[in-house]
Design a protein around this ligand. Structure first.
Ligand SMILES: N[C@@H](CCC(=O)N[C@@H](CS)C(=O)NCC(=O)O)C(=O)O
Length: 243
C-alpha cells in the first residue's frame, strides 16, 4: 500500500490543525482506520510544489500522487479504500448540501472568530507565528490579518458586529443541535460526510482558546454529545481529543 501523508497547516491549541479542512481529512482518515503521516507546511514554495493550481491545504500525498481539496480527498479515499464508506448511494440530497454549507458558509464564522475578534486573534497570532524569525514575527501577522479581514469584509460577514454574529451563529448551532437530536448523526443513523465537515467547525467554536464563542456551544447539550461521538469514531494517533 502506498504511504499516505497529510500535508496540513500546523496544530493549534486544542486541535490537530488550525485549518478545519485539514481536520476534516484527519477525521476521514480516522473513520477509515488508515495509517498516515502528517507534514506541516510552512513555506509558500512547498505549497506551490504540492498544490500548484490552488495553493491551498489540505493536500493528501498518496505515494507520488497529490490529491487536493477535502471534498475530493474524501471521494478519493472512498474510491480507493473500501473500509467504512463515507459517501453512500442512499445519502439524501441534503448531505451534499450540508457539506457544502459547512465548507463555504459556517467556515466563515470560524474565520471571523479567529481573525476579526482581537481577543482571539492576538493569542492565536502569538502561537501561530512563534517560529518566525524577527522582524518577520512582528510584520507577518498584521499583513496576513489585513488580507483576511479584507476577505471577511468582501464576503459580507466582516461587516457585522460580534454580537450580531453571535446571534447568527447561535441560530446555526440550534439547527445543528436539532438535527443530531432527531437522529444520532447529522444526516441519519450513520456517521457521514456531513459530520466530518461540521465537526471541525463546531469543535473550533468550542475551544477554550475561543472564549467568546465557546459559551454558545455549551448551550447545546446534544451537540456536545455529538462532538464527543464523532471524536470517538474518527480519532487517530495524530488527532486531539475533544475536551
Ligand atoms: N475547498 C478547500 C478549501 C481549503 C482551504 O480554503 N484551505 C485554507 C486553509 S483553512 C487555505 O489553504 N488557505 C490558504 C490560502 O488561501 O492562501 C477544501 O475543502 O480543502
Amino acid at each position: 500500500m502506498p504511504e499516505i501523508t497529510l500535508y496540513q497547516f500546523a496544530a493549534d491549541s486544542g486541535t490537530e490543525s488550525a485549518s478545519p479542512f485539514c481536520v476534516k481529512v484527519h477525521r476521514a482518515l480516522g473513520l477509515k482506520g488508515l495509517e498516515y503521516k502528517v507534514r506541516n507546511v510552512f513555506s509558500p514554495k512547498e505549497l506551490s510544489r504540492i498544490n500548484p493550481e490552488h495553493k491551498k491545504l489540505p493536500v493528501l500525498g498518496v505515494g507520488s500522487e497529490f490529491i487536493v481539496d477535502s471534498t475530493e480527498i474524501i471521494k478519493y479515499l472512498d474510491a480507493n479504500y473500501s473500509e467504512s464508506q463515507i459517501l453512500r448511494e442512499s445519502d439524501p440530497w441534503f448531505v451534499a448540501m450540508l457539506e457544502d454549507w459547512a465548507d463555504v458558509s459556517l467556515y466563515w464564522f470560524a474565520v471571523y472568530y479567529r481573525w476579526q475578534v482581537s481577543e482571539h486573534f492576538d493569542p492565536f497570532a502569538k502561537r501561530a507565528f512563534a517560529k518566525l524569525p524577527l522582524p518577520l514575527r512582528w510584520v507577518i501577522p498584521g499583513v496576513v490579518r489585513k488580507k483576511t479581514l479584507k476577505s471577511l469584509h468582501a464576503q459580507g460577514i466582516g461587516r457585522f458586529s460580534e454580537s450580531e454574529i453571535r446571534e447568527q451563529l447561535r441560530g446555526h448551532l440550534a439547527h445543528l443541535d436539532r438535527l443530531v437530536s432527531e437522529h444520532e448523526w447529522m444526516s441519519g443513523s450513520e456517521i457521514g460526510v456531513a459530520d466530518l465537515a461540521i465537526f471541525p467547525l463546531v469543535r473550533q467554536f468550542s475551544l477554550e482558546a475561543m472564549p467568546l464563542c465557546r459559551p454558545l456551544v455549551l448551550e447545546f447539550e446534544r451537540l456536545q454529545t455529538w462532538l464527543k461521538a464523532v471524536d470517538a469514531k474518527t480519532s487517530t494517533e495524530h488527532t486531539v481529543a475533544v475536551a
